[in-house]
Design a protein around this ligand. Structure first.
Ligand SMILES: [Zn+2]
Ligand SMILES: [Zn+2]
Length: 260
């Protein structure tokens, strides 16, 4: 039974600040789908809406649920420099920081926008794009500011596949993730996207597992109705792949829990 969802966006793409009215429905939804540990991880470009005092109040009012404060740091050319600074300043109040790559060279559009972002793949050598993408992932992984990599193989979102075997493409990145003692999330969001595949793929999970890289479970919910989305299917997948542990974070300190 999966119990934790470590990638959620209470603000989605709106500009509201954190309030009890915004956050309590997430707690109620978590209870409904029997989650006992959730992390709020809005994008760092929306950091101004994150209110740690409101999260504390929410914790006081909902003592049965672990509520983690997080953020999703990406490589946005416009905002990530300020985002990194914000994470440094608020490090002690954050439980878990996700690291993501959403941008190639275009500053005005995330390549994972569906369907518009697919245009950024047109006319490009897909192998080169994969190499470029994972180089950017390693940059985030080496930043010293993250605990866990989000949607590690997001580059496949529109269905583009490299010609080389994925293992040879990700090995350097997985070695860095292990050396940095970071986790990788298993994200059901990929099942809702054109690629229709878990992030990361079975082969990447297997390679990460063999290296001893720990995993979190995540939906990347942009609405509380998506909390724990696809977790029954994920639990099945994990048992097939021999992943029997997930990790949770308290103030960046990782603990492992058995799930099967
Ligand atoms: Zn993301
Ligand atoms: Zn996200």
């Amino acid at each position: 039974m999966l119990f934790s969802d470590y990638h959620t966006h209470p603000r989605a793409h709106r500009t509201q600040r954190y309030t009890q009215a915004l956050l309590q429905p997430w707690v109620d939804a978590a209870r409904k789908v029997e989650l006992s540990d959730i992390a709020f991880t809005d994008h760092d470009r929306f950091r101004e809406g994150v209110d740690f005092d409101e999260i504390d109040r929410l914790r006081e009012q909902n003592p049965g649920l672990k509520i983690r404060a997080g953020i999703e740091l990406d490589n946005d050319p416009a905002s990530s420099a300020i985002g990194r600074k914000w994470i440094e300043q608020n490090w002690d109040r954050l439980d878990c920081v996700l690291g993501s790559v959403h941008f190639f060279d275009r500053a005005d559009q995330m390549f994972d926008t569906v369907p518009a972002g697919a245009v950024q793949f047109e006319g490009h050598n897909i192998d080169d794009l994969y190499a470029d993408y994972f180089r950017r992932v390693r940059e985030i992984a080496a930043s010293g500011l993250i605990d866990c990599l989000a949607h590690l193989d997001l580059i496949k979102i529109h269905g583009h596949r490299p010609s080389a075997e994925i293992g040879s493409i990700v090995v350097e990145t997985l070695e860095l993730i292990r050396a940095r003692n970071l986790a990788v999330e298993l994200s059901t969001a990929g099942w809702r996207k054109p690629v229709n595949e878990l992030y990361p793929s079975d082969q990447v999970i297997e390679l990460a597992r063999v290296k001893g890289i720990p995993f979190t479970t995540a939906s990347d919910a942009h609405s509380y109705a998506q909390l724990g989305d696809g977790f029954d299917r994920l639990a099945e997948k994990m048992s097939i792949l021999g992943v029997r542990e997930v990790c949770v974070y308290t103030n960046h300190k990782r603990e492992t829990r058995t799930v099967a």
